[in-house]
Design a protein around this ligand. Structure first.
Ligand SMILES: Cc1cc2nc3c(=O)[nH]c(=O)nc-3n(C[C@H](O)[C@H](O)[C@H](O)COP(=O)(O)OP(=O)(O)OC[C@H]3O[C@@H](n4cnc5c(N)ncnc54)[C@H](O)[C@@H]3O)c2cc1C
Length: 392
């Protein structure tokens, strides 16, 4: 792997929109990624393994629960700082950002928002420090885009709940100590349950053979008559809106993260265009290559502005789910297109693990699918502007 000499593009002086804390958080995360992620990420992606040794470091930079209050072990930062952390981590690798997103937005967030005080005190500090890792089980083998059809269910057995069913495509599942699992009760109402590793009948087989997010561990969650203590039900919100609220937070982080992946591909391609000589001159002197680079920086700049504004709205608690969908959809698509164009600009070198581009490109194929597919987010925008639901 080449030394990480990444320089972030800021074509519209967007740093002027950030406060000192934002810049400090962004810069320290960037340095950490250069030091701890870039030197090892190609090796771990090649061997399809999550680098567990970076968990402590992720906790130290505030990547687990950036916006969770400090009294629960979180970093107590605002939404823009949270976004910038996600941007910088995904600049290193989408798989590592996925691990941080799941921990923060899909595990800590529901425990913080929908849990009681005892649950917050028991789980959040350990999740913030990385002592415990968590996962989020919504998707099932037969229910992906349509989670309302889920068949995972629990029955009230007096002193405990009896949980049965299966989840698949679950990030962090193979090593998580804690799973926030969405399941239906006897009346068909969706609730969140905290399931812990070691509960009898609970297993987490790893999913192998992925060409994407190879440095992120993915697995199944299998529940065979798992006795879940009643204290482990999240009491403060039920219905499908509960998991969807978590997804809003995660999708917001993804919108920022995708900018990071795009910036890395652009920066690599720009540098390569000045170094690679063909027909006696740097390829950056050819109009076709300039067109690619000019379009990349234009799209990155548009995405930066969109996402910064979304962060302001999130800080004011005014961002709608549909606005978050638009940013997730736009930015991931933008990053994937840039990765594809940048890969071409590097010619054969573009497919090599010496450079990050092909890894970003393959990772983004998952990012454009999970947390709501590209098409599902378009339907969310469609519903929002027309009032017509085109899902069914
Ligand atoms: C690496 C990875 C990690 C993941 N991590 C997690 C996790 O941690 N937790 C979790 O719960 N899930 C996770 N997922 C699952 C992910 O959220 C789902 O894959 C996603 O929601 C899509 O579901 P699906 O794969 O079943 O596709 P499907 O829902 O079967 O969709 C297939 C295709 O049909 C389209 N489609 C579906 N319905 C409609 C419609 N009404 N109109 C038009 N087109 C439609 C979709 O857009 C898609 O193109 C992960 C997935 C991946 C790949």
């Amino acid at each position: 792997m080449k030394p990480d000499i990444f320089e972030a593009p800021d074509y519209y002086n967007l740093d002027e929109l950030l406060n000192e804390e934002h810049k400090l958080v962004r810069n320290s995360t960037r340095s950490w990624v250069k030091r701890e992620v870039s030197p090892i990420i190609n090796e771990y992606a090649q061997k399809a393994e999550f680098p567990k040794q970076i968990i402590k470091g992720l906790a130290n930079i505030g990547a687990f629960g950036a916006y969770i209050p400090q009294e629960y072990g979180g970093a107590g930062l605002d939404q823009i700082s949270y976004g910038l952390i996600m941007q910088e981590i995904e600049r290193g690798d989408s798989g590592i950002r996925s691990t941080a997103s799941v921990q923060s937005s899909l595990v800590m967030y529901p425990i913080w928002k929908y849990g009681n005080e005892a649950q917050r005190k028991k789980y959040l500090p350990k999740l913030a420090s990385g002592e415990w890792m968590g996962c989020f089980g919504l998707t099932e083998p037969d229910y992906g885009s349509n989670p309302s059809g889920m068949v995972t269910n629990f029955k009230d057995k007096g002193d405990h709940y009896l949980l049965n069913g299966a989840k698949m495509w679950i990030s962090n599942a193979p090593f998580a100590q804690v799973a926030v699992v969405w399941a239906k009760n006897e009346t068909g109402r969706v609730h969140g349950l905290i399931v812990e590793r070691g509960m009898v009948g609970f297993s987490t087989p790893e999913t192998h053979n992925k060409w994407s997010l190879r440095a992120s561990a993915t697995g199944e969650l299998i529940f065979e008559n798992v006795k879940v203590p009643k204290d482990n039900l999240l009491p403060n919100k039920s219905g499908l809106g509960a998991p969807l609220g978590c997804l809003d937070s995660a999708r917001y982080g993804i919108a920022w993260g995708a900018i990071g992946a795009a910036m890395d591909c652009y920066d690599t391609a720009l540098r390569y265009s000045k170094e690679r000589i063909q027909f006696g001159k740097p390829i950056g002197k050819f109009q076709l290559q300039q067109k690619k680079l000019a379009e990349m920086i234009t799209e990155i700049t548009k995405a930066q502005l969109l996402t910064w504004r979304l962060g302001v709205l999130r800080n004011q608690d005014k961002a709608t789910s549909a606005q978050i969908s638009m940013a997730k959809r736009n930015n991931v698509d933008m990053a994937l297109n840039i990765a594809r164009e940048a890969r071409q600009m590097l010619g054969a070198m573009g497919i090599s693990g010496e450079y990050s581009i092909m890894r970003h490109m393959m990772n983004l194929e998952s990012v454009i699918t999970y947390e709501g597919t590209h098409d599902i987010h378009l339907l969310i925008t469609g519903l929002d502007i027309t009032g017509y639901n085109a899902f069914k």
